[in-house]
Design a protein around this ligand. Structure first.
Ligand SMILES: [Fe+2]
Length: 286
């Protein structure tokens, strides 16, 4: 049986040598692990230092969001109305999110398998971690923590248009039975709902959760190579999760995204993947 008193962390994790942090993290993970669907989400008793990390990040991000995030993201943020001075409980956010866009939360102890995470979106469920990043580096986390999930993903999912795109993505994930088609799908998800950008007039704005939850990346994302929305390019491009993204994809409007990405999520499956890959191979031979 797994020892839940300390969790395994990668050697470059900022909290790897901090036994207190590892115990806290394991406690909160165990709490999420004990949850059963249908029950109320357990309350995580955060420490003052953990609330302080949230406050520092949330206040900085809020200023950046006004300047750098799309109106669609800000609309979601407005209806979720996250607190600035303390970590909100997932239990409370669950109510607000349901009212805003019909999505519910499921607490998870840590990273879950990709198909489980994406698949749950089809049931309008977002699986969220509850633990907080290490207090020594408030603006960095090598793994999704409650700040990334809530400030990045939930603000976006609170917008009904984006909630529907997430639900459709969940259905795509369940439809893609081959690993290759699923990988293609998850890359498109990465370059849109995690790292997507949209033009508002002549200003490039972020809507993706990965951008919206990173103070540093919101500062620099406009310096990336900005390519126009292209499903095949996104689905076949490699990316590195540990660095700022050197290539981002943009759409001319949220309506364009809803139409094109929505259509891709609705139609894509193993057969379409095979057809496209064969077609691309044919193109490159000509
Ligand atoms: Fe994410």
């Amino acid at each position: 049986m797994m020892d839940m008193s300390v969790m395994d962390l990668p050697v470059d994790h900022p909290g790897v040598d901090d036994q207190d942090y590892r115990h806290r993290r394991a406690q909160i993970a165990a709490l999420a692990g004990s949850w059963m669907p249908g029950a109320a989400i357990p309350i995580a008793e955060y420490t003052a230092a953990e609330h302080d990390v949230w406050a520092r990040v949330a206040q900085q991000l809020r200023r950046r969001h006004q300047e750098r995030c799309s109106g669609a993201f800000l609309d979601g943020a407005m209806s979720l109305a996250l607190p600035q001075d303390h970590i909100p409980q997932l239990r409370d956010l669950n109510e607000r999110l349901r009212a805003a866009s019909g999505f519910s939360l499921a607490p998870v102890p840590g990273l879950v398998p990709a198909r489980t995470f994406y698949g749950s979106l089809a049931d309008r469920t977002f699986m969220s971690t509850q633990y907080v990043r290490h207090t020594s580096v408030p603006f960095y986390t090598p793994e999704p923590d409650v700040i990334h999930e809530v400030v990045g993903h939930l603000n976006l999912i609170a917008n009904p248009t984006f909630a529907e795109l997430h639900r459709l993505a969940g259905e795509t994930s369940r439809r893609c039975l081959s690993d290759q088609a699923h990988e293609f799908f998850s890359r498109v998800f990465w370059f849109t709902l995690e790292f997507g950008t949209v033009w508002e007039g002549d200003e490039l704005k972020a809507y993706g959760a990965g951008l919206a939850s990173s103070f540093g990346e919101l500062e620099v994302f406009r310096n990336a190579e900005i390519r126009p929305f292209n499903i095949i390019e996104m689905g076949t491009l490699d990316y590195d999760i540990s660095a700022y993204q050197p290539i981002l994809f943009s759409v001319p409007s949220v309506e364009f995204l809803t139409d094109r990405l929505g259509r891709f999520f609705s139609d894509f499956d193993d057969d379409m993947y095979e057809g496209w890959i064969r077609g691309a191979a044919f193109e490159s031979r000509r």
